[in-house]
Write a protein that binds this ligand. Structure first.
Ligand code: AMP
Ligand code: GLY
Length: 425
């Protein structure tokens, strides 16, 4: 088979790496990829949102399967167009992608189908949003309706701060169209976790659990980012919690999608707050998480491509995902200035040494090759995953590797996985 992976981040490197291990696969293409993906396949210089040229490429190269990494192409309808052209693709159509691309849509959907989430209001004018904020008080979260690359949610500490965010989004327009409508919701207290599944339209198979670390700095301080590290499995989702997530979140979501007439095929991600009252959805993503995909995919021992083919052929019952009992922990190494204004073009040292380590896998994100050098080329630069028979071992291996990497201004969190230790004893 010829497989095309769309995207250029750490998640896409992990997907391409996993795809390249499949005995079914002869060739892997990544559009546009990064310096790391060029080692597991062939990078194709087409942007993930240039759907027209991606279709053209897939037809010309006779691609057998396309796997979409990020949300933007899905929100633009890449799956609709590929399907129309008779090309196999794993990822929801545009109507399904609305679960991520519109927070207003997602909240209304959750309310309609009884999926637990924070109480909220949705607003088209700043006046109404401000009235609501004054009613619910100090701890509120203001979210831009549209896609904002992880920068659209503002956790506020006071009414004043929330009112200012409303002005920034709706009057000043700091996120453009994405912020013209907003969701205002109550602040939820609890532990965050990520739960991902693969969906065939009506049924699903669960992937291993994981926990992301969204804030830039240790102890969950600093601004929200796309994610600074993740590990799998997570003890914050115990068996009972997982059963509840499946029943109250995943199964109700799939039922809702069917009732809305949306034929959803692809990865589905529930970002959860595990509150005292139970799991509540913070957001849906219509793709794998980044960086969660990196530790999750390193733990999957069975053939991802075979699973996807089975799902697309209507045989989800035949899918038997085999997961390693090992723990995996991924640390994101980011550029100076991330998430606001990352500095790029710095030479990365130590990669060759780290790639030789056992039980360590290096996934590239913002990197590019120039001659015999690898340079930084984005905010998140690498995810380094360590594997071990327990979380401590996985953590130690990941950080031993991180410490061998060097580039000017590199930053990373030192405490990935620490939250889990209090559950593990
Ligand atoms: P979102 O893009 O909606 O997932 O929000 C980004 C991050 O903001 C989440 O990962 C949480 O850390 C935080 N967050 C969002 N909504 C809430 C909420 N209702 N209560 C507490 N934290 C939240
Ligand atoms: N790591 C969170 C996300 O991918 O949205």
């Amino acid at each position: 088979m010829k497989v095309l992976v769309v995207g250029k981040g750490g998640r896409e490197h992990a997907i391409a790496w996993k795809v390249a291990h499949s005995p079914l696969v002869k060739e892997v293409y990544i559009a546009p990829g990064n310096a790391g993906t060029s080692k597991v396949g062939k990078n194709i210089p087409i942007s993930p949102t240039d759907v027209e040229n991606l279709v053209k490429f897939a037809k010309e190269e006779k691609i057998d399967l396309t796997i979409v990494g990020p949300e933007d192409p899905l929100a633009k309808g890449i799956a609709d167009i590929f399907q129309r052209e008779g090309l196999k693709i794993f990822g929801p159509t545009r109507d399904g992608a609305k679960l991520e691309a519109s927070k207003v849509f997602a909240k209304k959907f959750m309310a309609k189908y009884g999926i637990p989430t924070a109480r909220y209001g949705t607003f088209d004018t700043p006046q109404e949003a401000k009235e609501f904020i004054k009613q619910i008080g100090d701890r509120v979260v203001v979210k831009a309706d549209g896609l904002a690359a992880g920068k659209g949610a503002f956790v506020c500490q006071s009414v004043e701060e929330a009112l200012k965010v409303v002005d920034d989004l709706m009057v000043k327009g700091i996120l453009g169209e994405a912020g013209k409508r907003v969701v205002v919701e109550e602040f939820l207290e609890g532990e965050e976790a990520s739960y991902m599944v693969m969906v065939d339209g009506t049924q699903y198979v669960p992937l291993p659990t994981s926990q992301d670390h969204k804030r830039l700095l240790d102890s969950d301080r600093g601004p929200n980012t796309g994610g600074m590290g993740a590990y799998s499995p997570t003890p914050v989702i115990d068996k009972e919690t997982e059963d509840r997530i499946r029943r109250e979140v995943i199964e109700r979501t799939l039922k809702g999608l069917v009732e809305e007439g949306i034929h959803y095929r692809g990865f589905l991600y529930a970002g959860l707050m595990l509150t005292k009252e139970g799991p509540k959805v913070l957001e849906f993503n219509v793709r794998l998480g980044d960086p969660e995909a990196q530790p999750i995919l390193t733990r999957i021992e069975s053939d991802l491509v075979q699973h996807i083919v089975e799902i697309l052929e209507g045989n989800i019952k035949g899918v038997g995902i085999k997961v390693s009992p090992k723990w995996a922990l991924g640390v994101v190494v980011a550029s100076k200035g991330y998430p606001q204004k990352p500095e790029t073009g710095k030479v990365i040292e130590g990669l060759q040494e780290v790639e030789k380590l056992d039980n360590v896998v290096v996934f590239h994100a913002g990197t590019k090759r120039e001659g015999d050098k690898i340079l930084t080329d984005g905010g998140r630069v690498l995810t380094i995953v360590g594997l071990g028979s327990n979380l401590r071992e996985a953590k130690e291996r990941a950080y031993t590797a991180v410490e061998k990497i060097n580039f000017e201004g590199m930053q990373y969190r030192r405490d990935i996985g620490d939250k889990a230790f209090k559950y593990l004893g």
